[in-house]
Design a protein around this ligand. Structure first.
Ligand SMILES: [Fe+2]
Length: 164
């Protein structure tokens, strides 16, 4: 039986490898943003105290689960287009635009950081989606638009939970 040939960017996906090299870098930058933001939200979830504990603790957990799902799908897209997803925290810290946030246990402060982080993350999705469209990579663009929309909606819900 003939072995199945490896999918290639040029032959099978009809994508230019030079352009896709750039797209894979952008997706890896986004993957770094996801990981640092994810750890920040984990910290808010674990250290939370105060009156809104039950609701907010749950909502932060849901956000972590969603971020984790997106991380997996994004990483697998990087593999599908023939590149390697980075997976070490030293790389993540070098490539992210997010800052590590530690020692937050106040609900209002956690929500403020979550809204800021989701704003930065969803904007990065929009930028990356625009570049994917320019590279004719509509599958990555579709994934990025879907994730960006979902994150924007979540940002709105967290905004609503804030008193200000
Ligand atoms: Fe938990």
């Amino acid at each position: 039986m003939n072995s199945i040939s490896k999918v290639t960017l040029s032959d099978h996906m009809k994508l230019e490898s030079k352009k896709m090299n750039k797209i894979s870098d952008i997706l890896n930058d986004l993957l770094s943003d996801y990981h640092i933001f994810y750890q920040n939200v984990r910290g808010f979830h674990w250290n939370l105290k105060g009156e809104n504990f039950f609701d907010l603790h749950e909502k932060l957990e849901e956000l972590c689960l969603k971020l984790n799902e997106n991380i997996d799908e994004l990483s697998e897209r990087i593999v599908a287009i023939g590149f390697k997803p980075i997976h070490s925290y030293s790389h993540f810290l070098n490539q992210t635009i997010h800052k590590e946030i530690t020692d937050v246990c106040n609900g209002e402060e956690s929500v403020r950081h979550v809204v800021d982080g989701l704003g930065v993350l969803s904007y990065s999705h929009r930028e990356a989606a625009n570049l994917a469209v320019k590279a004719d990579d509509i599958s990555s663009a579709d994934l990025l638009i879907r994730f960006g929309n979902e994150l924007e909606k979540r940002m709105w819900t967290f905004t609503m939970s804030s008193k200000n």
